[in-house]
Design a protein around this ligand. Sequence first.
Ligand SMILES: Cc1cc2nc3c(=O)[nH]c(=O)nc-3n(C[C@H](O)[C@H](O)[C@H](O)COP(=O)(O)OP(=O)(O)OC[C@H]3O[C@@H](n4cnc5c(N)ncnc54)[C@H](O)[C@@H]3O)c2cc1C
Length: 438
Amino acid sequence: MNTRAERWPGRSWYEAEAGDESRPALDGSLRCRVAVVGAGLAGIGTAVSLIERGVDDVVVIDSDGPGGGASGRNGGFVFAGYSLDNEALIAQRGSEEAGRLHRWTRESVRLIRERIDRYDIDCQVNDAGVLLADWFGEPRRLMACAERARSRLGFGLEWLSPAERAAMVRSDRYGGALFEPGSFHFHPLRHIRGLADLIERRGGRVFGASPALVIRRAGPGWRIRCEGGEVRADEVVLATGGYDRRLARRVQRALQPVATYIAVTRPLGDRLGHIMPSPVAVYDTRFAFDYYRPLPDTRLLWGGRISMASRSPSAIRRLMRRDLARVFPHLHDVTLEYAWGGWMSYARHEMPIIGQGADGLWHALAFGGHGMATTTLAGEVLAEALCGDRSRLAAFGHWPARWAGGLAGRAAGQAIYWRAQFRDWWKDRRGSVAEREL
Ligand SMILES: Cc1cc2nc3c(=O)[nH]c(=O)nc-3n(C[C@H](O)[C@H](O)[C@H](O)COP(=O)(O)OP(=O)(O)OC[C@H]3O[C@@H](n4cnc5c(N)ncnc54)[C@H](O)[C@@H]3O)c2cc1C
C-alpha cells in the first residue's frame, strides 16, 4: 500500500482544507540514535516525546507523510480511554490498575492540548468537548456507568438530562448524554503536521514518500532499507498502524486492519447552529455508533460504521447519508462534498500493543478507534523506556502481540461486528415498540 490512492480512494476535507505538503524523501544513507517507522501520531508522538527529553537525533520515515494514515484523516475527537471499554478494563485489571491506566489517557488528552498551546499549532481546536448521547433511552444505565467510572477509575463524566442535551444537540433520536470534561476536537492533519514541523525545528528529521522495505539487525544497532536509501540507527520504533503487516511479522500478525468512514457536508450556514446550538463532538451508545462534529466553516463532519473492507467514496456517501438522516431527518438531501475512509489497527484484546520484542525492536501499534490520546501516551511511555525508565511500559505487558487469526480472524471480526449491529437494531426496535405501546 504505497500511494495514498492505493491506500484509500477519496481526498479528505482535511487535505483539501490544509493543502498538500510534501516532506523530502530519503535519498542516500544516514545514521541516527532512534529511527521511527511510521509518521502517524504514534510515531510522531514518540519522536516529540524523545525530543522533549533531550534526544533530538531522531529520524521519522513514512511511506506517505505525517498524517497520511489514520492520524490525519480521523474524526478529530480527543478523549480519554482505550478501545477496550472501561468495564472490561476493570474486569481484567481490577479498579486500582485500571484507574492508573485510564488516568494516563486523561493526562494524554491534557498533554495534546498543552502541546498545541506550547508549540502554537494552528489546528482548529474546539474546546466545547465530547458528548456520548443515549441512543436507547437508558438514563439509569448511563448514570450507573458514570458513577462506576467515577468511583472505580476516578473519571468524572457529567450526566446531562434530555433537555440539557437538547440545548446542545437537537435530535429526537437521543435521550440524555454523558459529557466528558477536558475533551475537545480538532483538525488532526494540521495537528500532526505541526508536530512534525516541531521535530524538524528541534533537530530531528522527517521523511515522506519513503516506504521502509526491510528492518534488520546490523551489529548492535539496526539497518532500515527504504526506497531511496537506508537508515542506520541504535534503536528502531515500529509505528505503522493498520497500513503494514509485512515489516515485522512477529508483532504485526497480531493486527487486524479495520476500516471506518467519514463524509463532510457542504457548508450549512445557519442550519448548523440550529441542529447543534453548541459546537460539541457527538457519538452515541450503540456498538456501531455515529460520530460527528461541526467544522469551523459550518460543515458537518459525519463518521460511522466499521468494516473489514475498503469502500468507494460513492458507497461511503450512500451509507453516511442514510445514517445522518436518521439523526437529522431534514438533512436527508444535503450534499456530501467529501467522503473517505481509513484503516485502524486492532488487536484481539482491543488494547494497544506497546513494547519491545525479544530482538530489541520497539513497537507501538493497535490503537483502534481511540487513537489520539493513546498514541500520545504510547509516545511518552516509549520515550521514557528508551531513556531508561520502563516502569509504565511494564503495565502494557499484560496485552502482548498474539496472532489475530489471519483471514479467518478477519472474517470472525466482520461476523462479530454484524452480530453487534444486529443487537443494536433489535434493541432499538424493541425500544420503539415499547414506546408505541405506552
Ligand atoms: C476514519 C477514522 C476515524 C477515527 N476517528 C478517531 C477519533 O475521532 N478519535 C480518536 O481518538 N481516534 C480516531 N480514530 C483512530 C485513530 O485515528 C488511530 O487509532 C490512530 O491515528 C492510529 O495512529 P498510528 O500512528 O498507530 O497509525 P497511522 O496514523 O495509521 O500511522 C501509520 C503510519 O505508518 C506509515 N507506514 C505504514 N507502513 C510503512 C512502511 N512500510 N514504511 C514507512 N511508513 C509506513 C503510514 O503511511 C502511516 O502514516 C479514527 C480512525 C479512522 C480511520
